[in-house]
Design a protein around this ligand. Structure first.
Ligand SMILES: C[S@@+](CC[C@H](N)C(=O)[O-])C[C@H]1O[C@@H](n2cnc3c(N)ncnc32)[C@H](O)[C@@H]1O
Length: 368
């Protein structure tokens, strides 16, 4: 059976998610904060497995304008839930209301839960719902009186690849790091170096992308636990992903950081990502960094200096980055920074810029 599917994404990454879906063979349309496509439950699994820049994949079960609780009840009750859910399905409901007449998430949750339970009880002839079986988390978003009723297929958010268990100072979300890699202009052809690699997210995402390693290869997704999913098809999709992974295709990837503790964490992440044999990291100050003469692509997410007291130090670091790239005349640089003074301190205008969001913080990806 085909479902309407939604891949949600951080603001600014929708176009990239659409491109990734197109590369997976789906026809997809981007809107603010999400991308629509369609497919089977097995397709939803494949999207979960492969999408690098999306937050989660959901089934869109219903959508429409709602101004009253009655409208919401009818919208949810109108779905033939039994096509998806067995009699013992557990269905926790979460609701988010933004600039809408219905403004109480807890009341909306209660109404939606009642509507869904009534539908299942009527179909399965049950006096109540035991909710002792597989989980089908319902997410309802009501934005300007327009409701979307979705079922989460991912479970943990997709940035949870499984390799990051420790957080350093200001780590980069895996999905944003994957976006930086794809937007940086690096083609996977020359060595990559992150001179302030912290816990290693950019290095790992660069290696995964270049090696065609599905980011979700070693984790599980909620959709796998549902009764109507073909285990055989999922196994085939997983085996195809395993076969696609070619670590030998990755050019040298390395990094350093001035903080020994960050490098310790980074090494553990590399090991958990299965990349400790492919990526080397060390403790080094980028102000004195000297690599050999071959072309190198610097990928970096330096500190932004959010506190006023850190500003001076940050600007000095950006000047040191300029000297670092000058010492490597064959280098290119892609920087993600939330500091509007980066270009001025670096002393050069970026050839290309793109606005991205690190959480709520507006940043720019600058290519030099
Ligand atoms: C925003 S964090 C990078 C986070 C990293 N992308 C991650 O995912 O964990 C900035 C990093 O720059 C490092 N740093 C600051 N000054 C440095 C310097 N002079 N040389 C090298 N690294 C430096 C910090 O130790 C910190 O780990």
């Amino acid at each position: 059976m085909n479902y309407n599917l939604i891949a949600s994404a951080a603001f600014g990454l929708e176009g990239l998610v659409r491109r990734e879906l197109n590369q997976l063979g789906f026809d997809a349309q981007a809107e603010n904060g999400f991308v629509r496509f369609s497919g089977t439950l097995e397709d939803a699994y494949r999207a979960n497995l492969w999408l690098r820049t999306a937050d989660r994949v959901s089934l869109l079960m219903a959508e429409g304008d709602v101004r009253t609780f009655e409208d919401l009840f009818r919208l949810v009750r109108g779905v033939t839930w039994q096509q998806l859910m067995p009699r013992d399905a557990a269905f926790p409901v979460q609701c988010k209301c933004v600039r809408s007449q219905l403004m109480s998430p807890s009341d909306c949750q209660a109404i939606a839960k009642k509507a869904l339970a009534e539908e299942l009880m009527a179909y399965y002839h049950m006096p109540w719902c035991s909710e002792s079986g597989p989980h089908f988390p319902i997410h309802i978003s009501i934005h300007q009186n327009h409701a979307r009723v979705m079922v989460d297929t991912s479970g943990d958010a997709l940035n949870k690849r499984g390799y990051r268990t420790w957080n350093g100072e200001a780590p980069l979300r895996e999905t944003l790091a994957a976006a930086v890699v794809q937007l940086s202009g690096w083609k996977g052809d020359i060595p990559v170096y992150d001179p302030c690699c912290g816990t290693g997210t950019l290095l790992i995402e660069a290696a995964y992308w270049a090696a065609r390693r599905a980011p979700g290869l070693t984790r599980h997704f909620l959709v796998e636990t549902w009764p109507d999913v073909s285990a055989k098809t999922l196994e085939r999709i997983l085996n195809e992903a395993k076969a696609a992974y070619t670590p030998s295709a990755v050019p040298p990837i390395a990094g350093s950081d001035i903080d020994p503790q960050a490098i310790e964490l980074c090494k553990r992440h590399l090991q958990q990502a299965g990349l400790d044999q492919h990526i080397t990291v060390s403790v080094a100050d980028l102000a004195t960094l000297q690599l050999d003469d071959s072309p190198v692509f610097f990928l970096a997410n330096p500190p932004y200096g959010e506190r006023l007291s850190d500003q001076k130090q940050c600007l000095a670091l950006y000047r040191a980055m300029r000297q670092m790239t000058d010492r490597h005349p064959q280098s290119r640089l892609a920087v993600l920074s939330g500091n509007p003074s980066f270009e001025r301190a670096y002393g050069r205008r970026a050839n290309k810029k793109r606005r991205l969001y690190n959480g709520r913080l507006e940043c720019e990806l600058m290519l030099f």
